[in-house]
Design a protein around this ligand. Structure first.
Ligand SMILES: Cc1cc2nc3c(=O)[nH]c(=O)nc-3n(C[C@H](O)[C@H](O)[C@H](O)COP(=O)(O)OP(=O)(O)OC[C@H]3O[C@@H](n4cnc5c(N)ncnc54)[C@H](O)[C@@H]3O)c2cc1C
Length: 411
């Protein structure tokens, strides 16, 4: 056993775990982050959706307008508006300080998707903000020859018929980057090429002459794989165009950028990392957790702390385990309530299984049916908490942000 007793051991390196580690280490706590895998942020969009759709249907102009329709037990109602506002400010502050700014909170911000839809989000990097194209009469949708899962024609077709874009003209365009090799590459390969001087110049040179000055452009997320805006700023200024990266199916590059920024910050804050380590058991005594044990390449190890934050995700992340008719939380074996009818046959409807998770009290401790904390020094953050149907509501990273901030502030 490593003799050190940490102020906070965080389990999981998705959005919730990374942010909880950053928030708690920034306030001077000693933190260790233990994770089995990389978390969904690595392949996700990196957009922070707070509440895109009302639980009674329809896109919300301001996510907070939908809070009155949230069902009792929703993680946002546990956090409260004041903590959510503080979490948003803290996140934006980190992004600014680390040179990867996100736009200030200003109600719903739309992001174009590769499916030709507009996705409502909340905290968005400038390179993905649809609003930047407002003044452009012509918007080129520019793909890269041979890139998979991005069709300028499909996007142009869908957007041309939308009321939202009624005064705009959409034109498909394709850029040739033979340096990327045979067809079938994704946006990550193109983004890595754009990290280089050669790649960035090639992209700019091959677009010049094909577009009008002052136009708008929607492109796949290829403006560099690293956190920062320099590729975006350079392409925008040399082409004299407004640029908007779209959300694409995973792996999406834009989430990877945010993850890289947060990982870099964790290193600078002195957070200890145990990667490829799965927490397999916990030692508990008198209603408190004393230590957790991990299995990893170095064998079984024990880790001690005064507090533990479980940010282990849902079914995909590994935080929830299921067997026929039964679901439980994977580290402490906590029971998970499963209402009848786990899934709806209609994919577009709310899905009960999306809301499965650990029931928590206002301090984000798992609680029994009387609301009494099971372990008072164990906090839960992110998708592992019950009560949000994040794919339906568009609230995934918003719940991760709000709960990871609150959990860190309670230490
Ligand atoms: C493809 C995709 C796109 C998305 N796009 C958006 C979007 O545009 N906007 C938005 O708001 N949300 C989006 N989301 C949802 C959002 O990413 C998640 O809701 C949110 O990231 C949940 O984060 P989390 O940290 O709680 O869980 P996860 O990201 O699932 O992370 C869980 C972590 O815990 C680790 N772990 C699990 N069990 C153990 C264990 N026993 N020991 C050690 N480690 C363990 C896992 O390895 C992982 O690192 C997207 C999700 C996906 C998959």
């Amino acid at each position: 056993m490593n003799g050190k007793i940490y102020d906070n051991i965080v389990i999981g390196a998705g959005m919730a775990g990374l942010l909880n580690a950053v928030f708690s280490a920034s306030s001077g706590k000693s933190v260790k982050l233990i994770t089995a895998g990389a978390g969904s942020l690595t392949i996700g969009s990196g957009l922070i959706d707070l509440l895109g759709y009302s639980t009674v249907g329809g896109i919300l102009k301001d996510p907070f307008d939908g809070f009155s329709t949230l069902e009792a037990g929703h993680p946002y109602l546990k956090c409260g508006r004041a903590a959510i506002d503080k979490a948003v400010r803290a996140f934006l502050d980190i992004c600014d300080k680390r040179g990867f700014p996100y736009l200030p909170a200003n109600g719903c911000r739309f992001v174009p998707t590769a499916m030709g839809r507009l996705k409502p989000s909340f905290l968005v990097p400038p390179s993905m903000d649809m609003e930047s194209l407002r003044g452009a009469e012509t918007v080129y949708v520019a793909g890269v020859d041979g890139m998979k899962d991005f069709s300028p024609e499909i996007i142009c077709g869908a957007f041309s018929s939308m009321e939202y874009f009624k005064c705009k003209r959409f034109e498909p365009l394709s850029v040739s980057l033979p340096e990327l090799g045979a067809a079938g590459f994704g946006s990550m390969e193109a983004a890595r090429f754009m990290d280089s001087e050669e790649g960035c110049s090639a992209f700019i040179d091959r677009l010049k002459g094909k577009i009008n000055t002052g136009c708008g452009m929607i492109i796949p997320p290829i403006l560099g794989s690293k956190p920062g805006l320099w590729v975006y700023e350079r392409v925008k200024s040399e082409l004299n165009a407004e640029i908007c990266e779209s959300a694409v199916i995973p792996p999406a590059v834009t989430g990877y950028r945010l993850r890289s920024m947060l990982m870099g910050f964790l290193g600078d804050l002195g957070v200890e990392l145990a990667e490829n380590a799965r927490v397999i058991s916990a030692e508990v005594k008198n209603g408190r957790c004393i230590s957790v044990s991990t299995a990893g390449p170095g064998g079984v190890k024990s880790h001690r702390a005064d507090n533990f934050t479980v940010a282990s995700g849902g079914f995909y992340g590994g935080g929830l385990t299921s067997a026929a008719g039964r679901v439980w939380e994977s580290v402490f074996g906590l029971p998970v309530k499963t209402p009848d009818g786990w899934a709806s046959a209609d994919f577009s409807e709310r899905q009960n299984y999306s809301g499965f998770g650990v029931s928590v009290n206002d301090r984000l401790n798992a609680c029994d049916i009387l609301g009494k904390p099971v372990y008072e020094n164990v906090y839960f953050a992110g998708r592992i908490i019950a009560g949000a149907d994040s794919p339906y509501e568009h609230s995934g990273n918003g719940v991760a942000l709000a709960t990871s901030y609150l959990a860190a502030s309670l230490l």
